[in-house]
Design a protein around this ligand. Structure first.
Ligand code: FES
Length: 272
């Protein structure tokens, strides 16, 4: 059976075509010198963590973002070369997850939750205020656009986010994936103005604020600064609102029913 060129083959057996892999041909597809020796070394370290090389793709894409501030075509080729995948396979993953950006990002990524609960409690108003504050008088900043030159100090990329798993602290936003809880349009605008001045207001909980590329390197499994890593663990984590149910149960002596020692018998399968 012949498949058209570019069709992702996943067949097995005698008719399955040989698997296509990306092989680096410097004269055909030069990978950018952006990916220096240190980055290549880190890529090898990431790949060595997994029994199968292709499992390393997600952290490898974060490594690319720590270098480029997004995932460029060069970044796609870099991952493909390291993992012996096709560029189509890498692109399919990179374009599926919203954490991988296709255009250059600012020093900071501001993600405003506009999912149901946050939206109802003011998330839409927060997003609108930020897009106006970061845009120009006649054009608010749009989703995934950047105020300032991407990558330069004080530049900010704004995005809508789906539920950030902090509904009890709604409305919330994140800067470089760190939480700022119980926001208002005024507090959110004050926050981005501080970021634009080069300040790093402390998040409500979690690690101290750094910048997007540093966080991307951490997501790839590396940190250049042990004190930052230690502070990330030592910082406030759970909020009182999140622990309220646990505290009430402890006060009142409530406990979940014990699980039976033996799993309950399954009902018989219907006869065919
Ligand atoms: S809806 Fe915003 S954190 Fe869940």
């Amino acid at each position: 059976m012949t498949l058209p060129e570019g069709t992702p083959e996943k067949l097995s057996g005698p008719e399955a075509p040989a698997e296509r892999t990306w092989s680096a041909q410097p004269d055909q597809h030069p990978v950018s010198p952006t990916f220096d020796e240190l980055t290549r070394q880190r890529a090898k370290e990431i790949i060595a963590r997994y029994p199968v090389a292709r499992s390393a793709l997600l952290p490898l894409l974060h490594l690319v973002q720590s270098v480029e501030g997004y995932v460029s075509q060069d970044g796609i080729r870099f991952c493909a070369e390291q993992l012996e995948l096709t560029t189509a396979e890498v692109s399919a993953v990179a374009t599926f997850y919203t954490m991988y950006k296709r255009t250059p990002c600012g020093e900071h990524l501001v993600s405003v939750c506009t999912n149901t609960l946050c939206a109802a409690l003011g998330g839409d108003a927060i997003y609108r205020s930020l897009s106006e504050a970061l845009g120009t008088p006649d054009r608010p900043l749009a989703h995934e656009e950047t105020a300032g030159e991407p990558g330069t100090p004080g530049s900010i990329t704004l995005e809508h986010a789906e539920c950030l798993a902090a509904c009890d602290l709604a409305p919330v936003l994140q800067v470089n994936y760190e939480y700022y809880d119980n926001q208002t349009p005024e507090s959110a605008v004050a926050l981005v103005e501080a970021l634009r001045r080069g300040e790093k207001p402390p998040p409500t909980r979690g690690a101290p604020l750094t910048d997007l590329r540093t966080v991307e390197l951490e997501l790839a499994g590396f940190t250049d600064d042990e004190t930052v890593a230690a502070a990330a663990v030592a910082g406030p984590s759970a909020a009182p609102e999140s622990l309220r149910g646990t505290a009430l149960a402890a006060e009142r002596g409530w406990a979940a029913p014990a699980l039976p020692d033996e799993p309950p018998a399954l009902p018989p399968l219907p006869e065919k």
